[in-house]
Design a protein around this ligand. Structure first.
Ligand SMILES: Nc1ncnc2c1ncn2[C@@H]1O[C@H](COP(=O)(O)OP(=O)(O)OP(=O)(O)O)[C@@H](O)[C@H]1O
Length: 245
């Protein structure tokens, strides 16, 4: 492992509507790892991911991605983003969706074939997305994010709604991608998914409660699992900031 950072966030401030979602958040994502971004619903995970991929208006601070300011044109194709909203066309087939994505990125058809194999959809290549199961459709979205072999993949709750077998298979794919040198930032509000990550970032109300490995988190909190560690950290924060949410 090198000491390189794939993402470096300093003093990030984001206001959405009337809510200050992030107020001076600083964190980093080391290159070549699977990093889990965990936290309850509304803690700011999607907002942070949007800032990292450069689609979020920010009110202050800096976000550096692969050594460049987030959203810079030079990062196009080097950062893959799979949002929670399906970003594929239901009335196109699997391969048509991937070819469309490849066309937008300017990458070749060989990329489409590689991605089809990676997400295990070769036999569904000619199927309309509307006729796929939820898990298969999720893999088409992921496939679009994999086009062009991005150095950083930002995945917003990619396993939500998937059965345990599909979740396991997707995590195996994430590790394979990491072993090929990709950095992955994967959000989840399912704490047990943390166990599959090299590091975890725990967010609550826009604040970073922890940035550690799973064994490190357990050692610091004395908890048996990540859920227990999170609760211990929340309670610790509650006693210092006077809130008990
Ligand atoms: N478009 C918006 N306008 C105003 N406020 C928003 C908007 N989107 C999100 N927020 C607020 O920002 C806060 C953080 O939302 P965000 O989607 O980043 O959380 P999250 O941790 O990703 O949640 P979830 O796990 O439910 O997706 C929430 O309080 C939410 O109400």
């Amino acid at each position: 492992m090198t000491g390189d950072l794939a993402v470096d966030v300093r003093g990030l401030r984001v206001v959405r509507g009337r809510t200050t979602v992030l107020d001076g958040l600083s964190l980093s994502v080391p290159a070549g790892q699977v990093v889990g971004l965990l936290g309850p619903s509304g803690s700011g995970k999607t907002t942070l991911m949007r800032a990292i991929v450069g689609v979020q208006v920010v009110a202050g601070g800096s976000v550096s991605v692969l050594g460049r300011p987030a959203g810079e044109r030079a990062l196009r194709g080097r950062v893959g983003y799979v949002s929670q909203q399906p970003s594929v066309y239901a009335d196109l087939t699997v391969v048509e969706n991937l070819r469309h994505g490849a066309g937008l990125l300017g990458v070749g058809r060989d990329e489409v074939e590689r991605v089809l194999a990676d997400v295990d959809l070769v036999r569904h290549r000619g199927t309309l997305v509307a006729e796929l199961s939820g898990g298969e459709a999720a893999r088409v979205s992921l496939g679009v994010g994999l086009l062009g072999s991005p150095s950083l993949l930002v995945l917003d709750e990619p396993t939500v709604g998937l059965d345990p077998v599909l979740r396991r298979d997707l995590w195996a794919l994430f590790r394979t991608l990491r072993d090929r040198g990709t950095t992955l930032l994967v959000s989840s509000h399912v704490m047990d998914e943390a166990e599959r990550c090299d590091r975890v970032l725990l967010l609550r109300d826009g604040e970073l409660l922890a940035d550690d490995t799973v064994p490190g988190l357990l050692a610091v909190t004395g908890a048996d699992d990540v859920e227990g560690a999170f609760l211990a950290l929340v309670e610790g924060a509650a006693t210092t900031d006077g809130s008990d949410r």
